[in-house]
Design a binder for this molecule. Structure first.
Ligand code: HMG
Length: 392
């Protein structure tokens, strides 16, 4: 039975900070960011944006597509919400989204966590679930806000975004293979204790562990699958920043290159980096926004094979693969993504600092948040410790 992604879209905040502006204010050279880590801009969430609003906004094109095609919303029977920017230790973020989107009361909802990796766990679980009940759809969501201490090396690798995908049998975008390669290893490269709002990171070490994980997950994949490096047309990597994928691809290709030039290797990943360069890291969503970037920038991909490497610090890495199906182009939301990105508002360094410093009040009182997002869904405020969401 064929299983995979039937529809996929993403959303990011409507504010962005140019990294040249960051460089001008923190003493770094702009080239360190634009060349050294390969980032141009990063999305910054406004006060009325969080993982719930970003996720709900990412789901809209999928639900509108279902409505246009006359598909019933109650065929979505599960929501698997992957995030490491949870808003509550107990209640799943997906339950707020369930209400905002008007999903069926018979749809189960759960939140998953393992750093940037958990959306891939959600995708694999969703694939197994729809095999059991082929008439049903599982909505997989990845949504995060990447946040580091200001004036630290991690600061330039912030960003935010959400990706939403419908996982079904007979998918209309990409069929996923059951064989995957996994590497799990207990390391302290990046983590965020419950009492902190920013991650603690051993940056250079984290890039080394990422590379080790790529190689180990690939080796496990080789034990599970007969596919070789030369059987792949494109690769999508977890994208903390775009240079990381370039390094990972060189590292993985080493020993498999045969007749491939540097340009051939670049062509296998370049299109997947375009959105990340201007949105920044979005943790769980980054790999999937990379895949959307590939779909939105390369034509005629029917039958092409894509290799995916998902990485979550701490660490879990998984290599998996799929093939684009005939007619996938009709399911894409390219215009919508590009309009959203083109309409973003560049902010000054001072505005960035103000947004960075905004904290959801913890006093239990009633607070309305300024209207900043352009998205359909927003976090209107908080009252008695209850988040108040609204659809505009
Ligand atoms: P840093 O210390 O600021 O940067 O940290 P650097 O000094 O290593 O420079 C970065 C690169 O820029 C170097 O190139 C420099 O040579 C180059 P490389 O040696 O790596 O090829 N450079 C320049 N290039 C051109 N012109 C110049 C110039 N100056 C320097 N003038 C670091 C960089 C990525 C470590 C930091 O930003 C950081 O800690 N980021 C956060 C952690 C991170 O993103 N780790 C990635 C792997 S872990 C992961 O992906 C998981 C994660 O997403 C979390 C999760 O799973 O939930 C993070």
């Amino acid at each position: 039975m064929s299983v995979g992604i039937d529809d996929i879209s993403f959303y990011t905040s409507n504010f962005c900070l140019d990294l040249q502006e960051l460089a001008a204010n923190n003493g770094a050279s702009a080239a360190k960011y634009t060349v050294g880590i390969g980032q141009d801009r990063m999305s910054i969430p406004g006060a009325d944006e969080d993982v719930v609003t970003m996720a709900a906004n990412a789901c809209l094109p999928l639900l509108e597509g279902m409505a246009e095609r006359g598909e019933q919303i109650d065929t979505i029977t599960s929501v698997l919400f992957a995030t490491e920017t949870g808003i509550d230790q107990s209640k799943a973020a997906g339950v707020y989204l369930h209400k905002l989107l008007g999903l069926s009361s018979h749809c189960r909802v759960v939140e998953l966590k393992h750093a940037c990796y958990s959306a891939t766990a959600a995708l694999q679980m969703a694939a197994a679930m729809v095999v059991r009940k082929p008439a049903e759809k599982v909505l997989v969501i990845a949504a995060d806000i990447a946040r580091y201490e200001r004036q630290t090396p991690g600061e330039a690798t912030q960003g935010c975004g959400a990706a939403a995908m419908l996982v079904t049998t007979q998918p209309r975008i990409i069929e996923l293979d059951p064989e995957t390669g996994v590497h799990t290893e207990d390391v302290m490269d990046f983590w965020r204790p419950n009492y902190r709002s920013t991650a603690i990171v051993d940056g250079k070490y984290s890039t080394k562990v990422y590379l080790r994980s790529v190689r180990a997950a690939w080796q496990d994949f080789q034990r599970q699958s007969s596919l070789l490096f030369k059987d792949f047309d494109y690769f999508c990597y977890h994208l903390p920043f775009s240079r990381m994928a370039q390094k990972a691809h060189t590292h993985l290709a080493n020993g498999h290159k045969h007749h491939m030039t540097e340009d051939d290797l670049s062509e296998q990943i370049d299109a997947s980096l375009i959105y990340n360069r201007i949105t920044g890291n979005s943790y769980t969503a980054a790999l999937y926004i990379g895949f959307i970037s590939l779909l939105d920038h390369v034509a005629d991909m029917v039958g092409k094979r894509v290799g995916f490497f998902s990485y979550g610090s701490g660490s879990v890495g998984e290599f998996f693969t799929g093939k684009l199906v005939a007619g996938y182009e009709a399911m894409l939301h390219t215009q919508r993504h590009q309009t959203m990105l083109a309409d973003r508002q560049p902010i000054s360094y001072a505005e960035y600092v103000e947004m960075y410093d905004f904290q959801v009040p913890t006093d239990g009182g009633t607070h309305d948040f300024p209207q900043q997002t352009n998205g359909r869904f927003r976090l209107a405020g908080i009252s008695q410790h209850k988040r108040q969401y609204e659809a505009r």
